[in-house]
Design a protein around this ligand. Structure first.
Ligand code: SF4
Length: 360
C-alpha cells in the first residue's frame, strides 16, 4: 500500500499514443465459424480495415524478399485464426505466474531487444485467437484446489496493443472477475486503458506496465506508448474506482534494465515519476528484469534492426545456461550486484510496502 497523501494532485494531460492499424487483415475459415472470430471481424471492419477471407486455415504469402521485408510485411499483418490443439495444454511460467496462456501471438511494436525474437516460429505476424471462449474455459482445468492459481497472458503478445482490434483482453478480465481463486496477469507497453476501468474485475486481474528510462524507450521501443503515457495508464488502472479509476492492484515491470551512461540518474527520474503518479492509496508490485540475449535472438534482432542501439557485445557479458541448455548472455556479477542494490534500496525507500516479486 502506498502512503496516503494529503491530496491527490491533478496530473497534466498526457498525449495518447496512436493505435496500431494493420495494413492487412486475414481471417481463416475456422476463425470465421467462431462467434468471437465474427465479433473481431465486425470490429475490424467497423474501423474501416479491409478483411481478406482465406480459403484455407494455413497462413501463406507472409514472406518478403529478405528477412527485413518479411519482418515489415508480417508486422503490419493481423491474422484472425484459431489456436492449435497444443494451446490447450498449458505450460508453467515461473517466476511470473503458475501458467501461461495466449490470447494472441506476436506484437505490433518494434522493440530492438524484443523478448519474442527467436521464441516464435516463422514471420512475426500478429495472430489473434478466435476461439477465445474455449481458451478461457480450458483454464478452469488448471485451477489448483483451495489456492489462488495465476495465469499470465502476455508471454507471446502485448494484449493491450491489439485490444482495439480484438476486445479479447476486456473479455478475459470479465471472465476472471467471475472466477474464484483464478488470477489474471498481463503486461503492456501501451496505454489505451480507459475502457478497462469500469470492468468488474473483482480484484482478480493484476495489470502491469512495462517501463524504462525515456532514453531506452525512445531509442529502442518503436511503436509503443511514451513512458509518460504508460505511467498515466498505470495511474488510471491503480486509482480507486471511487475516484474514477480502475481500482486494480497494479504492477511495474522494469525491463530491460540497462546500465547505460547516466543510468542511476535516469532510473531515479523514472522512479520519481512513478512515485508522483501513484499518490493515492493503492497496491503495487515490482518485477525487475535485466537485459539478456541468446545467440539466436541476437542474430534475428540484428537482421530486423541493422542499426540497433542495443549492446549485443558478448565480451561485455557473462553467460548462463537456460533451462533448455541454451546459452544466454547476461551482465557480469559485479554489474548485476550494483544494479540490484540500487533498485532494491530506491524501491524500499519510495514504496516500502510494495513487494519486489523477482529480480533476474
Ligand atoms: Fe516485443 Fe514486448 Fe516490444 Fe512487443 S512490446 S515488440 S512483445 S518487447
Amino acid at each position: 500500500m502506498i502512503a496516503v497523501q494529503e491530496e491527490v494532485v491533478a496530473k497534466p494531460v498526457v498525449r495518447k499514443s496512436k493505435l496500431w492499424m494493420p495494413k492487412r487483415v486475414l481471417i481463416t475459415p475456422a476463425a470465421l465459424q467462431e462467434p468471437w472470430g465474427q465479433q473481431m471481424y465486425e470490429r475490424v471492419k467497423s474501423l474501416g480495415l479491409p478483411v481478406e477471407e482465406l480459403k484455407q486455415n494455413r497462413l501463406t504469402d507472409l514472406r518478403g524478399e529478405d528477412e527485413r521485408e518479411t519482418y515489415r510485411k508480417a508486422k503490419s499483418t493481423l491474422a484472425i485464426v484459431t489456436t492449435p490443439a497444443s494451446a490447450f495444454k498449458l505450460q508453467p511460467i515461473p517466476p511470473s505466474a503458475d501458467y501461461q496462456f495466449h490470447l494472441a501471438e506476436g506484437c505490433p511494436a518494434h522493440c530492438q531487444y524484443c523478448y519474442l525474437a527467436g521464441s516464435l516460429q516463422g514471420p512475426p505476424v500478429i495472430r489473434t485467437y478466435a476461439n477465445l471462449p474455449a481458451i478461457l474455459e480450458n483454464l478452469k482445468n488448471y485451477q489448483k484446489p483451495g489456492q489462488v492459481t495465476t495465469f499470465e497472458a502476455s508471454c507471446y503478445t502485448d494484449p493491450l496493443g491489439i485490444e482495439h482490434l480484438t476486445g479479447s483482453l476486456s473479455e478475459t478480465i470479465r471472465f476472471f472477475g467471475e472466477q474464484e481463486n483464478m488470477h489474471l496477469r498481463w503486461v503492456s507497453k501501451f496505454d489505451q486503458v480507459d475502457h478497462l476501468l469500469g470492468l468488474a474485475h473483482n480484484g482478480n486481474t493484476h495489470p502491469r506496465l512495462s517501463l524504462n528510462t525515456n532514453f531506452v524507450a525512445s531509442l529502442m521501443e518503436g511503436g509503443t506508448a511514451s513512458v509518460d503515457a504508460r505511467i498515466e495508464a498505470l495511474r488510471k488502472l491503480a486509482m480507486p474506482k471511487a475516484m474514477g479509476g480502475g481500482g486494480y492492484k497494479v504492477g511495474v515491470v522494469l525491463a530491460p534494465i540497462m546500465p547505460l551512461p547516466d543510468w542511476e540518474e535516469q532510473y531515479t527520474h523514472l522512479l520519481d515519476r512513478i512515485e508522483q503518479a501513484l499518490n493515492f492509496p493503492c497496491e503495487v508490485t515490482f518485477e525487475l528484469i535485466t537485459h539478456r540475449f541468446t545467440p539466436g535472438s541476437k542474430a534475428l534482432l540484428q537482421e530486423w534492426y541493422p542499426n540497433t542501439s542495443v549492446d549485443f557485445d558478448e565480451t561485455n557479458r557473462t553467460f548462463k545456461f537456460n533451462k533448455f541448455g541454451g546459452k544466454k548472455f547476461v551482465y557480469p556479477a559485479v554489474t548485476m550486484g550494483m544494479l540490484r542494490s540500487f533498485f532494491q534500496s530506491e524501491l524500499k525507500r519510495r514504496f516500502p510496502e510494495a513487494p519486489i516479486l523477482y529480480w533476474t
